[in-house]
Design a binder for this molecule. Structure first.
Ligand SMILES: O=C[C@H](O)[C@H](O)[C@H](O)COP(=O)(O)O
Length: 258
């Protein structure tokens, strides 16, 4: 993978991702921040691009912690210093993508099967920030991301966890299968992923659901991130950025020009 972002005009959605990422970096990745978590997904290359643009002087004393293979490649390709959460269990700020975000900043994450490491880096961070395009900005989780809650499981336990998920209200929960390989998706941690859709009633209040799924033996991590984010930045089609804060405040701001 290469960090180079093509010079051809970006589509509206790519522009929205870039707006969100650049704005969040400008506001939250400050010169005094030395340990920075880099999340996963399609918006994160723009996060790294904007951090690189802060210049070699500020970046030379920083270390960057990845949430998986993709972000590790982004850090290495950008010639930034790579670290690990084992060495740096306290992170100044982590910026990450999301599959969907509700009004209380609860998120579905794990569409790319990275949610275990992402949650560790979110918890390790003094400040955890979400960046996404306008399509991910929701009232209730499961409205636009309908594939279900990603549940990472120990491979040998997947059939039992699947059965238990069917029993607790997700009759359509399915093992995630790979697209270009026969068999299941295997996470960066060597585990399987189940996608478990739940009805809106359950998704309206995701914390009890998170606790219920996490209690199932064999579950490694659940792609519901509740009460963790300080703010979520959504790039809009008109060039503005919507910022939802953890205290319920919502700002509409202009995106950066360059
Ligand atoms: O496992 C993947 C991560 O949680 C991603 O941050 C999430 O899936 C969003 O990815 P994308 O921006 O590619 O939709």
């Amino acid at each position: 993978m290469t960090l180079t972002i093509s010079k051809v005009p970006l589509s509206a959605i790519e522009e929205a991702k870039k707006l969100a990422a650049w704005t969040a970096v400008d506001k939250h990745v400050l010169p005094e921040h030395k340990v920075i978590g880099i999340g996963s997904g399609s918006t994160v290359p723009y996060v790294v691009e904007r951090i690189v643009a802060q210049g070699p002087e500020v970046n030379k004393d920083r270390v960057f912690i990845p949430t998986g293979f993709q972000s590790k490649e982004l850090i290495v390709d950008a010639h930034l210093s790579l670290g690990d959460v084992e060495q740096y269990p306290i992170i100044d700020v982590t910026i990450d993508g999301a599959d969907e975000v509700d009004t209380e900043l609860n998120c579905i994450k794990g569409g790319g099967a990275c949610h275990l490491r992402e949650k560790v880096l979110a918890e390790a961070a003094d400040t955890w920030i979400i960046v996404a395009d306008y399509r991910k900005n929701s009232q209730v989780l499961g409205t636009t991301y309908t594939q279900g809650v990603p549940v990472e499981v120990a491979p040998f336990a997947y059939a039992k966890v699947l059965q238990n998920l069917h029993h607790i209200g997700s009759p359509n929960a399915k093992l995630r299968l790979a697209k270009m390989k026969a068999g299941p998706v295997v996470s960066d941690n060597g585990n399987f992923v189940i996608d478990a859709p739940f009805d809106a009633e359950k998704m309206k209040d995701p914390y009890p659901l998170l606790a219920q799924i996490k209690m199932l033996t064999g579950v490694v991590e659940v792609g519901l991130f509740c009460h963790m984010a300080k703010a979520a930045y959504f790039g809009n089609q008109d060039g503005s950025v919507t910022v939802k804060w953890h205290d319920g405040k919502v700002d509409q701001i202009a995106g950066p020009q360059s």
